[in-house]
Design a protein around this ligand. Structure first.
Ligand SMILES: Nc1nc2c(ncn2[C@@H]2O[C@H](COP(=O)(O)OP(=O)(O)O)[C@@H](O)[C@H]2O)c(=O)[nH]1
Ligand SMILES: [Mg+2]
Length: 177
């Protein structure tokens, strides 16, 4: 890794319950084609992606409880946490708990944002709108359909904007010191 890349290196952690689309989001960010195979992630999947000036290490944690309990050490030092929900009422409620859990392991300056995934599935299936999910989770929430490669750019922009804000806060801290 080049020196300039180390300076722009950021850690993005993707958390959420099983089968909500965490690994698909990792694929959306790191691959050109997105298959729809569901293979539960065991432990951790790690990829490096470039978004704008940032070199981002994306940590995709297995969603099973066992792994999640072990994952707190992996969450430490995150620059951004994405909490993924599949936008079903049951899952959104369960995700509240995850957000509470995550706040214990990250610095106050690390934003936690939610992704209301699977927005392509119709409302009769009980999918909630991103606005409704945001009201419940009380963190900034963006709707997504991770199986659609056309959504890549929008997701990249969301991530880049959040990381830019943390970069500005870092610079202010340096000036204060
Ligand atoms: N319809 C739909 N299916 C999705 C979406 N995102 C992921 N999936 C599917 O949901 C299943 C679980 O996805 P995966 O990313 O492996 O979930 P993970 O356990 O959270 O990593 C797979 O079959 C995916 O193709 C989405 O936005 N819409
Ligand atoms: Mg997975």
């Amino acid at each position: 890794m080049l020196r300039s890349e180390i300076h722009s290196l950021r850690k993005l952690s993707i958390i959420g319950h099983p089968a909500v689309g965490k690994t698909t989001i990792l694929k959306l960010l790191s691959q050109n084609t997105i298959d729809r195979i569901y293979l539960p992630t065991h432990g951790l999947d790690l990829k490096t992606v470039k978004i704008g000036d940032f070199t981002i290490r994306v940590w995709d944690f297995g969603g099973q409880n066992y792994y999640f309990k072990c994952s707190r050490d992996h969450m430490l030092g995150s620059d951004l946490i994405l909490v993924i929900t599949d936008s079903s009422p049951k899952n959104v409620l369960r995700s509240q708990e995850l957000i509470g859990y995550a706040t214990h392991f990250v610095d106050k300056s690390c934003p936690i944002i939610a992704i209301a995934n699977k927005q392509d599935l119709s409302k009769p299936n009980g999918r909630m709108s991103p606005e409704r999910v945001e009201e419940i989770l009380n963190v900034k929430t963006f709707g997504l359909s991770a199986i659609n490669p056309a959504e890549r750019e929008r997701l990249e922009n969301i991530i880049r904007k959040e990381l830019n804000k943390t970069a500005i806060r870092r610079r202010f801290k340096e000036i204060e010191l």
